[in-house]
Design a protein around this ligand. Structure first.
Ligand code: DGL
Length: 263
């Protein structure tokens, strides 16, 4: 079935999931919506995040997607159940896969979760981790400066490194062997985060584990594609800025990036 997989995020963060989708499932067409104009979702109310998510998913439903990845932890925490109940195609989020990957990686059961304010306040990772390992110890930290620096395109800069070092300081009082990047924007800062911890922690991005779920669902439902195609990206924000981040992060020199508006 050569219909596309829909991927959504508040901005460019879901590209970290697209990168893994393209690597492991290169024949799958992808349509992506990034709501950059209304990013960040992290500090917004649950009602707003739900409404914006439903707007993106409705557009993708009209475009004929065969399944959907909510490649945004904040939206997964708030909207996954609702979206699953409203649409007939399979829908997955990124929190369960991230928690599963962390449990596999950790030998102490002590995990740090870096996320947006919305994700941390939702305690969605605490619940997901404790469901998998009831004795799991979770140290959560909201990192509100990370998403804006990634959206600005300055994620490789020295300023980004300084923000990462300053933000992660409070975790030094806690013990853990695994760090979940509980926001899909954060893998763009992964080098800085790894350096901050001197390469001593397992750093988990949910992207790879999410693609394992996508692969399983496509096979179970027998809806795999056979024709390789370049992804199509829609953004509510600056097409130029989005294009340059896609070109850099996904190594697609002239990506197809289009504008979309809601309301
Ligand atoms: N990338 C998103 C996440 O995974 C949201 C970031 C934001 O908009 O605050 O949580």
């Amino acid at each position: 079935m050569n219909a596309p997989i829909g991927v959504i995020d508040s901005g460019v963060g879901g590209l970290t999931v697209v990168r893994e989708l393209r690597k492991y499932l290169p024949n799958e067409p992808i349509i992506y919506i990034g709501d950059d104009a209304r990013c960040p979702y992290g500090p917004r109310t649950a009602e707003e995040v739900l409404q914006f998510t439903l707007e993106m998913v409705s557009s993708l439903a009209e475009m004929g997607v065969k399944m959907l990845v909510i490649a945004c932890n904040t939206a997964t925490a708030v909207a996954l159940d609702k979206v699953q109940s409203l649409f007939s195609f399979p829908v997955i989020g990124v929190i369960q896969p991230g928690a599963r990957a962390a449990v596999k990686a950790s030998s102490t059961g002590e995990v740090a979760v870096l996320g947006t304010l919305g994700t941390v306040n939702s305690r969605a990772y605490d619940q997901a981790l404790q469901q998998l390992t009831p004795e799991a110890v979770v140290h959560s930290l909201a990192c509100p400066e990370f998403v804006p620096i990634v959206e600005s395109g300055e994620y490789r800069s020295a300023a980004a490194r300084t923000i990462v070092d300053r933000t992660l300081q409070p975790l030094h009082a806690s013990s853990f062997d695994t760090v979940i990047l509980g926001c899909t924007h954060f893998p763009l800062l992964q080098e800085h985060i790894e350096e901050h911890f001197h390469g001593q922690k397992h750093i988990i991005s949910s992207a790879v584990e999410t693609v394992i779920d996508v692969d399983r669902i496509l096979r179970e439902q027998q809806i795999e594609s056979s024709a390789a195609q370049l992804p199509v990206f829609y953004t509510t924000g600056s097409v130029e800025k989005f294009r340059s981040i896609v070109a850099d992060w996904l190594s697609i020199p002239f990506p197809d990036v289009r504008s979309i508006t809601f309301k």
